[in-house]
Ligand binder design. Structure first.
Ligand code: ZN
Length: 166
């Protein structure tokens, strides 16, 4: 799952177009909900800046800029100003960004206990647990993401719009 930060009212542009799956023998299904009977599906992206983050990273970056870790929300007026201020503070303070960083880690397999397997008269002890790799989130990455959120907030303010995330 992920969280997208975007600006309300952004114009969009078509970045990809393809034939709808409903098209059969050159004809689109008239009541198709994907293409509305046109036979063409368009994928649009916002023209103004937006940012998509994995849930954990989004919640951590929100905390780094001084907000509660929530999966959705809106910044407008006073809260938009507070978000801009929070981004600037985080960009200027490694200790504020530190809440959003984490080290990469690796847990070798066999670290989740043991089980006894019986084979005839022989009892064998087996180790359990999968090998786990955890991705890190560096200070450099956090700084870049905060910078992107700042750009989004400034553009929203300039356009008289809101920033939403969810
Ligand atoms: Zn269709």
């Amino acid at each position: 799952m992920s969280v997208t930060f975007f600006i309300t009212g952004t114009p969009t542009h078509v970045v990809d177009t393809w034939e709808c799956q409903c098209v059969d023998d050159g004809k689109a299904w008239p009541t198709c909900l994907h293409c509305m009977g046109t036979g063409k599906v368009e994928y649009e992206e916002p023209v103004w800046p937006s940012l998509n983050l994995a849930n954990t990273n989004a919640l951590n970056v929100l905390q780094a800029i001084g907000f509660a870790p929530e999966y959705d929300g809106v910044w407008e007026g006073e809260t938009l100003d507070r978000a801009i201020e929070g981004c600037l503070r985080a960009l200027n303070s490694e200790s504020r960004r530190a809440v959003a960083t984490r080290e990469a880690y690796h847990i070798p397999g066999g670290h989740a206990g043991v089980r006894v397997v019986h084979e005839g008269n022989v009892a064998r002890v087996e180790r359990m647990g999968a090998e786990v790799f955890g991705c890190g989130y560096s200070d450099e990455t956090v700084r870049a993401r905060v910078g992107q959120i700042l750009d989004i907030c400034r553009k929203a303010k300039e356009e008289g719009e809101k920033v939403c995330w969810g």
